[in-house]
Design a protein around this ligand. Sequence first.
Ligand SMILES: [Zn+2]
Ligand SMILES: [Zn+2]
Length: 281
Amino acid sequence: MLTDYHLHLRPDEPDTPPERYFTAENVARYREAADAAGVEELGVSEHVYRFTQALDLWRHPFWEEQARDDLDAYCEFVRGEGLKLGVECDFVPGAEDRTANLLGPRPFDYVVGSVHFIGEQAVDHEGWDVWEGQGDADEVWRRYFEALAECARSGLFEILAHPDLVKVWGRSRPLPERDPRHFYEPAVEAIAESGIAVELSTAGLRKPVGELYPSPGFAEMCVEAGAPFALSSDAHLPEQVGFGYDRALEFLGELGVEEIAVFENRERRLEPLPAAVGEAR
Ligand SMILES: [Zn+2]
Ligand SMILES: [Zn+2]
């Protein structure tokens, strides 16, 4: 089976109201793209900070500006369309109980946990760029992977999103001098202890870094630690559904991964991946 669980029904841009994107017509476009890519299970995971309820977790100025929609209306819409229901929830240190209270009562099939911010600044956001005035790549990478470890260990999430997002800018930002495996280590330890599924995301192929998340070195360590993988494109447009899946399947094949995590009601099971590369498209 192939899944695409980490999907957004709209671009991360201003003036993208739910009335325009959370529609049956838009879902039909995503489904069509999924069929063409051989993706059987489709789930939506909108950013938690697009919902007013997220302001209970964090009042970062970016979140204040983004929080416009109602989380329950979103859940009802996605369920009504027969899609798997997810949400991409940032790990907010210190807000673990409030995060559990926000997620727990709602009918999610899975929650994708992500780290975009370290402190007040983001690793992937030009408006809040962690690299501005911050030259020490070793320090940024260390803090990012420590936050990722906390995110995994929190037990709040089923899937760990784009696990090495800190590399998103590729060579256009400073790179650490140390072997990156040194930074992966605490995160892999937390992944192993928590049992969270690691997202293999093709989104990195569309970004300056031009690579899958996670990198081969990180992915190998996850396999050694016995972590299961979930498969997603992080699409923000219909044409990005199942994007780069041939590359992803080849990568998983090389790692010896033969099964993929599938979710329902926040419970996980493993399903076999298509045997041969190319079958997916
Ligand atoms: Zn993300
Ligand atoms: Zn996303």
